[in-house]
Each structure stands twice: as C-alpha cells, then as structure tokens.
Design a protein around this ligand. Sequence first.
Ligand code: PFF
Ligand code: NA
Length: 456
Amino acid sequence: SANASTSRAPAQQWSTRISFILAAAGAAVGLGNIWKFPYVAGENGGGAFVLVYLFCIALLGVPMLMAEVLIGRRGQQNPVNSMASLAREAGAKPAWKNVGRLGVVTGFLLLSFYVVVAGWALAYIPITATGTFVGLQPQEVGQMFDGHLQQPLPLIGWSTLVLLLTLGIVGRGVRKGLEKAANLLMPLLFVFLLILVGYASTTGHFGEAVEFMFKPDFEKLTASGVLIALGHAFFTLSIGGGAMMIYGSYLSPQVSIARTSILVAILDTAAALLAGLAIFPIVFAYGLEPGGGPGLIFVTLPIAFGQMPLGTLFGTLFFLMLSVAALTSAFSLIEPAIAWLTEKRLMSRFKASVLGGSGIWLLSLGTVFSFNIGADWTLAGKTFFESLDYLISGWMLPLGGLLMALFTAWVMKPEATAEELDGDSAAYRLWLVLIRFLVPVVIMVIFLQAIGVIKL
Ligand code: PFF
Ligand code: NA
C-alpha cells in the first residue's frame, strides 16, 4: 500500500507475521493478565464481571487495537513522527503529533512502576524455590510479603535487575532483540501456563473455579465493576501506550491488521482465563479468599504452594512464568521512547537505552518508596504508586486510546484506513462503525462518570 512515508528497512521490520503476533502478544500478556485480572475478577464477583470484560475486549478493545496498529504501520516511524506524518497526509493540524508524545510518556511512566511489581515476581522465584513457604501459616506468608515491601534496597535491586534485562533485550534492536526474545519466551509462557492449569486441576477443585469464573451472577455486578472491566480491557491489550503503535510500525504492509489484532486479543484473553484457571482451583482447594486483592498471587497463592504436594516446584514455575510475562511487556513499554530518541534526536540505540533506562530507574524509586519510607507521601489519600497507577490506567491510557480512535475514525481519510484494513471487507465496515461511534461514546461516558458529571 502507498504509505504516508517510506517503509522501514527490512532489518527494522518483523521478519514474519508470526513474529509480530508473538511480540504483540508479549506486549499484551503481562502482569495485567496474571496478577491483575484474577484479583479484580475475584473482587468483582467472578462470572458476570468476566462476561462484561469479554464484551469490552471484543467490541471496544479489538477495534482500538486495530486503530493503534494501523497508525504505526502506515506511519512507519516512532509514535510522534508517525502521528505527524499521518496528520500531514490527512491535511490535519500538526498538533496531532502530541498524541504520539502522550503515548511515549505514558509507556515511560507505566514502566516505572511495572518494573517494581515485576521485581516482586522475580524476587519470588528464589524465595519459592528455596522452600520458604513450606509449612508456613497463612499469617506468616502475609508477613513475609509485607516484610519484603518494607526494605527499599532489595526492592530497588530487583527492579533494577528487571530494567537491565529489559534494556539488554531492547538495546539489541527489533530483530536481534525484540523478535528473538518473543519467539523464545512466548511459546514457553503458554507451555508454563498450561502446565500450571494441569497442576491446578489435580486439586479436585477445577469445577468450582470454572463455575466461579464463567457462571454469571449479575447480582454481584456493580457499576464500578463495569468500569473496572472496561479499563482493564484497555490495559490488558496495551491500548493507548504507544506500544502497539511502535510494534505496528515494524509490520510489513502485506500483513492483515484485522486478523493479527484479533489473534493477539485472543491470545491475551486466553492467557488471562488460563491464569484464572491456574489460580482459582488452588485458592478454593485451600479454603482461601478469591477476592484477595493485589496480594492474591503474592500471599494467597504461596500459602497454598506451601502446603501442596510439589508446591515448591510449581510455585517456582508460577513466578518464573509471571516474570517472563512481565518482561515481554516491559520491552514494549520502553520501545516507543527508544525509537523516538533514536529517530528524532539521532542518538544511537545504546545511548537511548541508557538515557531512557536511567530516567525510568529514577522514577521507579518513587514507587519503591511508596511501600516503605514514603508510605505517607500521599496525594488525595493515594501513595505515589497508587497515584501513578490511577493516573495512567484510569486516565492516560484511555485518553490516548480515545484520541487514536478519533484520529483514525474522523481525521484520517477513509481511503487511507481502507487501504490499511482491507476496505472491501465486511470487517472494515464493522470496524468503522465501532471506532466512529461506539468507542468514543463509551470512553466519554466513562470520563464523565469519573469526574462526577454523570452517575452510573
Ligand atoms: N498489557 C500489559 C499487561 O496486561 O500487563 C500492560 C501494558 C503494556 C499496558 C504496554 C500498556 C502498554 F502500552
Ligand atoms: Na494483558
């Protein structure tokens, strides 16, 4: 297709369609699937919440994912330049490039707390492997997690390690870094997940978990539960953070954006559901609470691992899998900034990695301290970590996603989007309707509700 700018050199493109799918699935499948999804589903009553979440993925998430990938693929540059060149092509204001800037900044900020939580996962690999949880009382496991959060230095050490691993891969570039890692790690991740689901089914409480996750009880669904399902659908698909835009920019023009986006959404959803099926049978088998909150997998699950046969082995595998999932998402969060620094400021990839990494490291200290020495540094009752999470997940990602959707739906010429999305297909017409009407209306309703203008 005739792009707005020249295509990237082959070395700057995914070598196959599968590589893009695995890298994009790597960006999507992360802490959101394995850490966040099970506990928010648990807190919001299970089945009905899961159903709403699935609807949000299909009707809003997939079209938005397609929009973001489309911008990157047609722009063939970092998010800022891609937005600028597509705005130029459409005869629109250059200010649209600020949407690209928002994406770069959002990914950067999100990574600063993502590395900290990923660091907990990494730390729990040796902790679990050395049999720490064996025979511990529930309270003691809880105290361990609290104790872990109390010490800034080890926390900084673990998040620094996550960051270094991330930079080590991203610094190598698209083919040798991102693509190689995704091709190796993503199949491994799904194998681990399936093994863990199999292990969970040996508890004899698999049916209970299936019922909890899939039998909708609408009595348990609240308005805030619906909003959480919606916000989580964006977060889990990595929409609005520039990640899918930059990955789309490495995609060759022959590949179908609709088909690959749907596949990525299916893989992400499968990962979340499998994570639930790996976790809830264990939770029920030991009479624990499915609504365990953020501590569900760092406290509730280790309590069970400490009592189960082969719990040390499978517990270690669990945290290994969580770390892999978090890492492949971390790559995608820093890549927009690195690509922007390299392409715009004419800096080497290595220098960009060092510079970007240093910034993220400094910011991550704020999150580390919000669990210990800075626990009282609050804004409107929220710690630094909570404020950042709220700002990014609640506002910046949805706003970025909304602006990208509006841009493809109303600013870009339909001929341009049709060229990227196989314009003769029924899928294209459905996409156009959803991205023009349903997506903006729903997101605006959420914003109005969040600032208290309307009450759902
Ligand atoms: N989708 C990731 C997860 O579920 O953990 C989080 C994420 C990554 C959000 C990249 C946004 C992003 F740009
Ligand atoms: Na996800």
